[in-house]
Design a protein around this ligand. Structure first.
Ligand SMILES: [Zn+2]
Ligand SMILES: [Zn+2]
Length: 99
């Protein structure tokens, strides 16, 4: 996340737009963050992740995973295979190298 990202606060109503009341401290009802993720893709990017990347300036020559590592807390696989993800998903991914 960039430093100029405005601070968002949960409002007690699910941010996917379903209108459900959610507990204080949550943006979404359970699983509705995934609904919202799919919905924004469908509504604004023709359902295409490639389009969303392009609209945000990312693509084959401007790596979104590199950006995630630089400022999103992601890590590269220490085996240099090119995989990147959250620390937990990299740990999980590393098991594949042990096979
Ligand atoms: Zn919802
Ligand atoms: Zn790897």
């Amino acid at each position: 996340m960039s430093e100029d990202t405005k601070r968002l606060l949960p409002t007690g109503i699910c941010w996917c737009g379903c209108g459900k009341t959610v507990g204080l401290g949550s943006f979404f009802a359970r699983g509705h963050d995934k609904t919202a993720e799919g919905a924004i893709l469908a509504a604004d990017y023709e359902g295409s992740v490639a389009r969303m990347l392009d609209a945000n300036g990312y693509g084959p020559t401007n790596s979104v995973t590199k950006a995630a590592v630089e400022r999103g807390g992601w890590e590269y696989c220490p085996r240099d295979c090119g995989y990147a993800g959250t620390p937990a998903s990299v740990r999980n991914h590393l098991k594949q190298h042990e096979k």
